[in-house]
Design a protein around this ligand. Structure first.
Ligand code: FCX
Length: 390
C-alpha cells in the first residue's frame, strides 16, 4: 500500500451512512473478518479465550504474546499500579443521591473521570496502565456502592490478577468464585478489542486525537458504548429474553415478529461488519453448555439462535441476520450470579478499556511519535444557501 493507492471510492450513497465501511486509518491491535470474526494481532480470538487476561492485554499492547518473564513483569507492574489507586477520588460516586440513581455506565464513566482528576500524568502508557490496573476496584466499588453494601468491599489483592481480584473484592469465595472467574475471564478476553472502527473505540480515539487525556478519552468511549445499539445490547438482550419467558420456538417466533412489526430491534442479532454468526457468540453459547446448560434464560437464547435468523432473512435490508456477541453473554452473567442486566455493559466496558488504550497508544506513537493528527472528517453542507441579514 503506497500513499497514492486508491482504496475506496466514495459515492453519494456513503454520505450519512454512519461512515459504514469507509477506510479512515490503520489498526495494529485487531481486525474483524466478516465471516471469521475478530482476530487479535492475527490470532482468532478463540485461540486466546482461555489464556490469562493480562497476557492478552500484553499482546494488544506489544503485538506479540509475552514470554514467561515478561508476563510476570507485566502482572507485577499492573498489581503495583493497582495498589497506588487514588480511592479517595471515588467519593464522588458516594455523593450520587441514591445507590441506584443513573445507569451503571454513567457511574463507570464518572468513576474513570474521577480517577483521572486525581492522577493524570499525561504520559499515555502510564495513564493507560494505571487505568487498566485500577478498573477491577472501580468496578467492585460501583457494584457494592450501588447495591448499598459498600462495607462489604474486601481489601484489594491485585496479585490475584484483574478478574479474580474483582470477584475477591465483591466477597466471592469457593466454587461460586471459581465459576465467576471462569466466565468473567472468558467474557473479558472476548470483549477486549474489536477493530478500530466500532463506535466506542472510534470515539475514544477521536477524543484522544485532540490530545485529551486517556481518562477523558476512555470515559467518552464508555459513553459511546452505553447505547442500546452498541454495548448496552447485552443488557437489552437479556431483558428481551426475560420478557419472552419461554423456550417454545413458536411462541418465540410470534414474539420476534411482533417486535419487528413494532419496529424494535431484535437485540443480539445483526452487525455493522460481520456477515455470519459472530464466533464470540458461538464461544459464549458453548461455555453456557458447560456452565449452565439447564438455565432457563440460556435455553431461550439457544432457541433464539435457531429461530431468529430465518425470520431476519425475510428482511433483505438486514445485512446480517445472525447472532452477535451480545446474544449469549447476558444469560451467562445471570447464571453466575449477576442478576441485574443493567450492569452487563459495565463488564463490556471494563474489558474494552484495555483495547482502546492499546489503540490510543498506537495512534499517539504514529508518524514517528508526532501522533495521528486531530480527527477531522468532512461533512458536505446541504440546505444551507448563502444568506445575509437584510
Ligand atoms: N433487528 C431489527 N432491525 C435490524 C437488525 C436487528 N437485529 N439489524 C439490522 N436491522 C435494520 C437496521 O436498523 C437498518 O434499518 P434502517 O435501514 O431502517 O435504519 C437495516 O436493518 C440495515 O441495517 P444493517 O446495515 O444490517 O446493520 P447496521 O450496521 O445499520 O446496524 C446493528 C448494526 C448492530 C446496530 C443492528 O444490527 C442492530 O440494531 N442490532 C440489534 C442491536 C444489537 O444487538 N447491537 C449489538 C451489536 C454489537 F454486537 C455491538 O456493537 O455491541
Amino acid at each position: 500500500m503506497t500513499e497514492d493507492d486508491s482504496l475506496f471510492t466514495i459515492t453519494e450513497g456513503h454520505l450519512d451512512s454512519g461512515m459504514r465501511g469507509i477506510p479512515v486509518g490503520t489498526c495494529k491491535t485487531s481486525f474483524v473478518d466478516p465471516i471469521e470474526g475478530v482476530h487479535y494481532v492475527g490470532y482468532p480470538v478463540e485461540d486466546l479465550a482461555n489464556l490469562e487476561e493480562e497476557d492478552v492485554i500484553y499482546l494488544l499492547m506489544h503485538k506479540r504474546l509475552p514470554t514467561e518473564e515478561e508476563s510476570e513483569a507485566f502482572r507485577t507492574e499492573l498489581a503495583h499500579r493497582a495498589m497506588e489507586m487514588p480511592t479517595g477520588a471515588l467519593r464522588v460516586l458516594e455523593s450520587l443521591t441514591t445507590g441506584s440513581s443513573g445507569h451503571p455506565m454513567d457511574w463507570l464513566s464518572m468513576g474513570i473521570m474521577a480517577l483521572g482528576a486525581a492522577d493524570t500524568t499525561g504520559d499515555v502508557r502510564t495513564d493507560s496502565m494505571n487505568l487498566i490496573a485500577r478498573m477491577p476496584e472501580l468496578m467492585a466499588r460501583i457494584f457494592l456502592l450501588r447495591g448499598g453494601k459498600k462495607e462489604n468491599l474486601q481489601p484489594s489483592k491485585p496479585e490475584l490478577g484483574l478478574v479474580e481480584n474483582f470477584t475477591h473484592m465483591l466477597g466471592m469465595t469457593g466454587e461460586e468464585a471459581e465459576r465467576m472467574n471462569r466466565v468473567l475471564r472468558f467474557f473479558f478476553i472476548l470483549h477486549l478489542d474489536h477493530g478500530g472502527g466500532n463506535l466506542s473505540t472510534f470515539t475514544g480515539k477521536a477524543v484522544a486525537s485532540g490530545r485529551a487525556t486517556v481518562y477523558a478519552s476512555i470515559a467518552s468511549a464508555m459513553n459511546a458504548l452505553s447505547g442500546p445499539l452498541h454495548g448496552r445490547a447485552n443488557q437489552a438482550c437479556l431483558e428481551f429474553v426475560q420478557r419472552i419467558g419461554t423456550d417454545d420456538p413458536d411462541e418465540i417466533e410470534s414474539f420476534v415478529r411482533a417486535e419487528l412489526a413494532a419496529k424494535r430491534p431484535i437485540f443480539g442479532f445483526g452487525h455493522g461488519v460481520l456477515r455470519a454468526e459472530d464466533p464470540r457468540a458461538r464461544l459464549l453459547i458453548g461455555l453456557g453448555a458447560e456452565v449452565c446448560p439447564d438455565d432457563e434464560n440460556y435455553r431461550i437464547v439457544k432457541t433464539l439462535r435457531e429461530v431468529v435468523p430465518p425470520i431476519l432473512k425475510e428482511h433483505p435490508k438486514i445485512k446480517n441476520p445472525y447472532p452477535n456477541v451480545d446474544l449469549g453473554s447476558g444469560s451467562l452473567l445471570h447464571a453466575i450470579g449477576f442478576r441485574k442486566p443493567e450492569y452487563y455493559t459495565t463488564f463490556f466496558g471494563w474489558a474494552r478499556v484495555a483495547g482502546i488504550c492499546a489503540q490510543i497508544m498506537d495512534e499517539r506513537n504514529a508518524r514517528d511519535g508526532r501522533g495521528t493528527p486531530i480527527y477531522r472528517p468532512k461533512y458536505i453542507p446541504i440546505n444551507q444557501p448563502h444568506r445575509r441579514l437584510e
